[in-house]
Design a protein. Structure first.
Length: 125
């Protein structure tokens, strides 16, 4: 804590380092700034985010939507072999290709081929 240098203190009272003051009061010393920063980073790294893989999209009138039934096929704007978008919290962060997960062949995954940087001008989805 920074105090003005010209502050009048009662006679015999001096201000020391926070850790020295804590020791004199039998209190644990505050953690060093780096440790506090790591704790804050740990909290941030545990925040859940929503990750979506967008295969494509389609636009259609409500009348056509109402006619859809079991077995209907909706053509998407992406073609087979084109990269899919990886979206985190509504923002495209990467692109990649669909793969079958080796450990569980009944699941799909995405092999990242491109990381989108903020400077690339990508817009939210």
């Amino acid at each position: 804590m920074d105090l003005p240098e010209d502050m009048d203190l009662p006679e015999g009272l001096t201000l020391g380092e926070p850790s020295a003051m804590a020791e004199s009061l039998d209190m644990p010393a505050p953690p060093p700034p780096a440790a506090a920063g790591n704790r804050n980073l740990d909290v941030i790294l545990r925040i859940p985010v929503t990750v979506q893989v967008v295969l494509g999209s389609a636009t259609m009138p409500v009348a056509n939507l109402m006619k859809l039934g079991r077995g209907a096929v909706i053509p998407l704007d992406h073609r087979v072999g084109e990269p899919v978008d990886v979206v985190v919290n509504g923002r495209v962060v990467a692109r990649g290709e669909m793969v079958v997960v080796e450990e569980d062949e009944s699941r799909f995954g995405v092999s990242l081929t491109e990381i989108i940087t903020p400077s690339s001008g990508e817009r939210p989805v």
